[in-house]
Ligand binder design. Structure first.
Ligand code: SAM
Length: 203
């Protein structure tokens, strides 16, 4: 079996636990009738899992600069720069583990804030704790290289996350600075404080 296929197989249970945690964290912040845009949706499973968590409650669509094909939700392709929707076109924009793959994360975040009517939900990494940079970089490499996704190995510190929402005219309505995103042992090394999730509302 090729190395890429082995890494993808090992990643599957880890990815599923991450998905469950993201869904249970995000769903309480969504409202009946919300239109949700998942920017950098990848395989589209987060949007589908959100809709399945509360069937008929909200609609999720994806947006990708590298559409993979076969996603379980509607996915829009774009150039990765200018989101092809008007101001406030979606109630909520999600950008999950995408900003650290984008060479100009502030530009992408400004676009997310523009298209969001109520809130942008950001999931990303946080450089907190011993050898955090090294632990995140390894996890990032292992999770993305098998899928051909480029890693830049640039992540925010807790202080950078503190200052983050105001730069985009947003304020934190909910913040998670430690998340149990992986199965128990993996979570001790690669989970917890290495993860950040902010529900950032329009001011
Ligand atoms: C680590 S994957 C995350 C996928 C998905 N959000 C998830 O949580 O499973 C990062 C994704 O971000 C996408 N991406 C990177 N920069 C982007 C940009 N400027 N606009 C849209 N997607 C982008 C990549 O193509 C890749 O699919």
């Amino acid at each position: 079996m090729p190395v890429g296929a082995i890494m993808r197989a090992m990643h599957k249970p880890i990815y599923e636990r991450r998905l469950q945690t993201l869904v249970s964290t995000i769903v309480p912040f969504l409202k009946q009738g919300d239109r949700v845009l998942d920017v950098g949706c990848g395989n589209g499973t987060l949007g589908k899992a959100l809709m399945d968590a509360k069937p008929g409650t909200f609609v999720a669509e994806g947006l990708e600069r590298a559409v993979r094909g076969g996603e379980p939700i509607k996915v829009h392709a774009y150039d990765g720069v200018k989101i092809p929707f008007g101001d406030g076109a979606y109630d909520v924009v999600i950008v999950a583990d995408v900003l650290h793959h984008e060479p100009d994360p502030d530009r992408l975040m400004r676009e997310c804030a523009r298209v969001a009517k109520r809130a942008v939900i950001v999931k990303d990494h946080q450089v907190a704790g011993p050898l955090a940079q090294q632990r995140i970089s390894f996890m990032d490499w292992a999770a993305n290289v098998p899928y051909g996704i480029v890693c830049l190995y640039r992540y925010n510190t807790p202080k950078q996350w503190d200052e983050f929402p105001a730069r985009f005219g947003l304020k934190a309505a909910g913040e998670f600075r430690s998340m149990d995103v992986y199965p128990p042992i993996v979570n001790v090394i690669f989970g917890r404080k290495l993860h950040y999730l902010g529900v950032l509302e329009k001011v």
